[in-house]
Design a protein around this ligand. Structure first.
Ligand SMILES: Nc1ncnc2c1ncn2[C@@H]1O[C@H](COP(=O)(O)OP(=O)(O)O)[C@@H](O)[C@H]1O
Ligand SMILES: [Mg+2]
Length: 330
């Protein structure tokens, strides 16, 4: 029996403008926390719910002795603070599920993650960060390109106009991202091929779970996951993906390369798309994949590998405790 501190956020009130930009993800941490609590309780573990606030460290300490912390909260003031939360968890001498501060911070900003991937030889598209819509375009960037906010999730800022064919479209979309999302725009070479979601589980010996292909129904008129596709949960998932053993191996190896380059722990979900030659490229690595069963990709892939949600969360906790013990012994 483990004593588990479950850190999460209570749903936040949103204005209707915020809801248009971010239709669903604001309520996920509380929903996921309910599922995870139920999963742990079903296995007779003890769960202490700890809603995140500026008193997080004190609240964790006040929760009594804990064996491990399971955090599903992505921030206190905004959703972009997940690295800050893990930075706080690292200050406590308690194992926690998930990657540490350095990984969280590197992965959250997609331009930083791309720089790490490029340095480690992990296949990615050519990319450039635009801090203003007037920045000059690097000569090695070729159209078509894809424009997205540098540190968002849930397809925020991804629309049919993210795919740009020329410089006028590029600058228009870069302005849209900078103005609406108050952050730099990441511009990448467009990857036209099939898209896959890859779940990785484990720390010392991470494993790739059965791969999912994501197919966008024709009615959306696009082959990318726009905010509309995500909001309507419109993507069709095929798990295990119907692909050759060779492509399966290539996708798995590419995902693991990304996981190792960022020094991830316990779990991550890697988004992959094929380039024009059919080679897997990393789109992004998500260090805090949503775990909402029946909705999120990660639990679907875990289930296909034979892990119920309670198997999965228990495995994650065991991995976190083992990793913590290994580090202590080192
Ligand atoms: N370079 C790219 N080329 C083609 N499509 C892309 C590219 N980058 C992202 N996409 C599409 O946009 C979607 C969302 O991008 P992603 O970076 O994964 O953002 P999010 O963090 O919102 O999931 C992807 O699932 C994919 O369909
Ligand atoms: Mg993604």
């Amino acid at each position: 029996m483990y004593k588990i501190g479950l850190v999460y956020n209570e749903p936040k009130k949103q204005s209707s403008a915020e809801k248009t930009l971010d239709p669903r993800s604001y309520r996920q941490p509380a929903i996921i926390a309910d599922h995870i609590e139920e999963a742990f309780v079903s296995r007779s573990h003890q769960v202490k719910r700890i809603p995140a606030s500026l008193n997080l460290l004190q609240d964790i300490q006040a929760a009594g002795e804990l064996d491990v912390i399971f955090n599903v909260c992505t921030g206190i003031n905004s959703k972009q603070e997940q690295a800050n939360i893990f930075a706080l968890l690292e200050l406590l001498d308690i194992p926690f599920v998930g990657s540490g501060l350095i990984t969280q911070a590197a992965a959250l900003n997609k331009a930083n993650a791309n720089a790490v991937f490029a340095a480690a030889g992990v296949p990615i598209s050519a990319f450039q960060t635009f801090f203003t819509a007037k920045d000059s375009l690097y000569s090695d960037m070729n159209f078509p390109m894809f424009v997205k906010p540098v540190h968002e999730g849930s397809a925020l800022g991804i629309t049919a106009d993210s795919l740009v064919q020329n410089e006028a479209e590029l600058r228009r979309q870069v302005s849209y991202v900078i103005q609406n999302f108050k952050q730099a725009a990441l511009v990448e070479g467009y990857l036209p091929g099939r898209e896959f979601s890859v779940a990785i589980l484990g720390t010392k010996d991470p494993k790739v779970l059965p791969i999912t292909e994501l197919k966008i129904p024709e009615k959306y008129g696009t082959n990318v996951q726009t905010v509309d596709v995500k909001a309507e949960n419109g993507v069709k998932r095929i798990c295990p993906a119907e692909i050759t053993p060779e492509l399966t191996d290539k996708i798995a190896a590419t995902a693991l390369q990304a996981y190792k380059a960022l020094q991830c722990s316990e779990l991550a979900r890697v988004d992959i798309k094929l380039d024009e030659k059919g080679k897997p490229n990393i789109i992004e690595l998500n260090t805090m994949p949503a775990l909402e069963p029946g909705y999120a990709h990660y639990p679907l892939m875990a289930e296909e590998a034979g892990y119920s949600l309670s198997d999965l969360v228990e495995t994650l906790v065991e991995e976190a405790i083992d990793d913590w013990k290994r580090k202590k012994a080192a």
